[in-house]
Design a protein around this ligand. Structure first.
Ligand code: HEC
Length: 313
């Protein structure tokens, strides 16, 4: 009762002197909590904070240890970073390489792998002219129909047809490949860690299994494939084909060309994307300073005002 009265008196005194109203005069002035030090915390809170810190650090350490342990368990090689000619910020795909890569796909990979999201018309202006793409399409036999008699028939392919599939269904593909399913290659470089680096390493990385490792019938040793035993026989070797532009068809050249082709297939917007990026940087370089100036201009009234406290007389 007496304390409350004293507090009220102290408060009215403070107000009449013009000082800021004391928050809790009964307990005396409290030191301002310093946010950067823990000095203002009670003992219990300090203990709780320390426990939390130790638990967090321990948990993170455990997670990291488990993660590296799991990584060490997978013994396959990680592909190196190859200096692809299209890896620069402003570098386009090498379109002669895309064209050669299509030849590799058509003459080698298409025996087992489908590319069901690519149509012959997609090649126009990228690797082939319209007449060339038409000729390529016509080589394919496409099942169409039904005709007036209700029967299916085959016809030569058109530009709008998709690449022919080697097998009618996944079961047939497995049956022909010792139970392994050759994946569709349309998006393969986006579907695998390492992208074209991985596919290149996979194609050129076949070797004899290390001592003590024996493989089941129909499997091949490849240190880049997860599990190291792959169901695909080494698909390419030196001079497996003859390039129509006369490029020497070494194994690494063939792998590089088919990887460039697969990169284009998975990312047909690649060149357009980089050109748009350059345009955006140039336009933003001009627009951003302008916008910044305008912002300073518009806000100058608010930013330069002063707020003063005038105590009542
Ligand atoms: C004789 C058939 C055959 C040919 C020809 C062939 N492949 Fe394969 N490929 C397979 C099979 C089967 C698999 C599945 C392997 C597995 O899962 O063990 C496969 C898997 C792959 C994979 C996926 C590997 C992964 O990480 O899952 C890629 C990429 C690949 N092939 C690329 C190619 C390329 C590029 C060519 C052409 C140069 C080619 N293949 C030619 C049969 C073939």
């Amino acid at each position: 009762m007496a304390a409350a009265a004293a507090a009220a008196a102290a408060r009215s005194l403070a107000r009449s002197r013009g000082g800021p109203p004391a928050a809790s005069p009964a307990r005396g002035p409290r030191p301002r909590a310093n946010l950067t030090s823990l000095a203002g915390l009670s003992r219990g809170k300090k203990v709780a904070l320390t426990t939390l810190g130790v638990l967090t650090a321990g948990g993170a350490g455990l997670a990291l240890a488990l993660h590296t342990a799991v990584n060490a368990g997978e013994l396959e090689l990680h592909p190196p970073n190859f200096p692809w000619s299209h890896h620069g910020m402003l570098s386009s795909l090498d379109h002669s390489s895309v064209r050669r890569g299509y030849q590799v796909y058509k003459q080698v990979c298409s025996a087992c792998h489908s590319m069901e999201y690519l149509a012959f018309r997609n090649l126009i202006g990228v690797s082939h002219t319209e007449a060339e793409a038409k000729a390529l399409a016509e080589e394919a036999e496409v099942l169409d129909g039904p005709n007036e008699d209700g029967e299916m028939f085959t016809r030569p392919g058109k530009l709008s047809d998709y690449f022919p599939k080697p097998y009618p269904n996944p079961e047939a593909a497995r049956a022909a490949n010792n139970g392994a399913l050759p994946p569709d290659l349309s998006y393969i470089v986006n579907a695998r860690h390492g992208g074209e680096d991985y596919v290149f390493s996979l194609l050129t990385g076949y070797c004899d299994p290390p001592g003590g490792v024996s493989l089941r019938e129909g499997l091949y040793y490849n240190p880049f494939f997860p599990g190291e035993a792959i169901g695909m026989a080494p698909p390419i070797y030196n001079e497996i084909l003859e390039y129509e532009d006369g490029t020497p068809a070494t194994m690494s050249q063939i792998a590089k060309d088919v990887c460039t082709f697969l990169r284009w297939a998975a990312e047909p917007e690649h060149d357009h994307r980089k050109r748009m990026g350059l345009k955006m940087m140039l336009i933003m370089g001009m627009l951003l300073p302008l916008i910044y100036y305008l912002k300073r201009h518009r806000w100058s009234v608010l930013k330069s005002r002063k707020i003063a406290y005038r105590p009542p007389k």
